[in-house]
Write a protein that binds this ligand. Structure first.
Ligand code: ADP
Length: 282
């Protein structure tokens, strides 16, 4: 399968997947083919979203990009170097579940990446405070996670991921546990943060609106084993304003992604039903 890139984009490729496949061995001993032959180039400064039916392999692909899951075939390259294990200096993660340590203050949570790197206390705290300011939370550096709303906790997780200045930020449903209004607000804030830092972002999301609002490109994945079914470009300047959310272009792209996605959702549901019947037959 050819590598798929943005047409004529002059920006250098930062992250590349070459024929990446991932299979798991299930507890019952059967093989689950989660991702099949994904080839993709992500360019510096791009914001790319991955959308697809539940269970189609989105998280698996993201984890393979981050070196958290072994590929069974193909390879992932970051700035030309193979990614075979996590690279905390270069690849930042933000997951859905609030991954803050409840017994550490906001500041103590935010400094953790730098602490592991051995950065001295004064410098790591100054850096952490800078990123907390960027996400609008410098005022609660001494609070504890339980005192923060879900949205605030995810902003701390984003600040923490940024402190080590990673080359790419991988986000897996970071706003998945939040209500829709908070999610919309945080999407806007994320757009601003990405604009200020110039980060390259790969985001797994279930939200069509989030994907269209934030992305340069949206990858629609097929039913499992997930491969890239379609890449939808979002031809609007970033950062986008809230007016974009009510524009005709927004509706048009959202409808296009939805049409592509819903076919795969039905295919996945049918495949799940067939597997269930086969398991019942024993
Ligand atoms: P998505 O993120 O699209 O919901 P996942 O990547 O989480 O999908 O999962 C893809 C498929 O791989 C699913 O069938 C899931 O059950 C299976 N899977 C995911 N992780 C593992 C694992 N560690 N062991 C076995 N199967 C797994």
């Amino acid at each position: 399968m050819p590598t798929q890139t943005g047409d004529g984009d002059p920006r250098p490729v930062i992250l590349r997947a070459e024929n990446v496949s991932v299979s798991y061995q299930s507890a019952s001993g059967s093989r689950v083919d989660a991702v099949r032959e994904v080839s993709l180039d992500i360019r510096e400064g791009e914001f790319v979203s991955i959308i697809g039916p539940s269970g189609c392999g989105k998280s698996t692909l993201l984890r393979a990009f981050g070196g958290l899951t072994r590929t069974s075939g193909g390879s992932v390259l970051l700035q030309g170097d193979p990614v075979t294990r996590p690279k905390p200096d270069k690849i930042g993660f933000v997951f859905q579940d609030y991954t803050l340590f409840p017994w550490r203050s906001v500041l103590a949570n935010t400094v953790m990446g730098l602490q592991f790197r051995g950065v001295d206390r004064r410098e790591r705290e100054a850096t952490a405070r800078r990123y907390l300011e960027l996400v609008g939370l410098d005022w609660c550096a001494d609070s504890f996670p339980a005192e923060l709303s879900g949205g605030m906790q995810q902003r701390v997780a984003i600040a923490r991921a940024l402190t080590t200045d990673p080359a790419v930020l991988l986000m897996d449903e970071p706003f998945g546990a939040l209500d829709e209004q908070t999610r919309t607000l945080l999407g806007g804030e994320l757009a601003g943060i990405v604009e200020k830092t110039g980060k390259t972002v790969l985001l797994v999301t279930h939200s069509l609106a989030e994907a269209v609002f934030l992305s340069d490109r949206i990858l629609v994945m097929s039913a499992r084993p997930g491969c890239i079914k379609e890449i939808v470009q979002v031809p609007a300047e970033r950062p986008r304003t809230e007016e974009f959310l009510t524009s005709a272009l927004f509706d048009e792209i959202r409808a296009k992604v939805f049409a592509s996605l819903i076919e795969e959702v039905h295919r996945q549901a049918q495949a799940n039903e067939e597997s269930r019947r086969a398991a019942q037959r024993g």
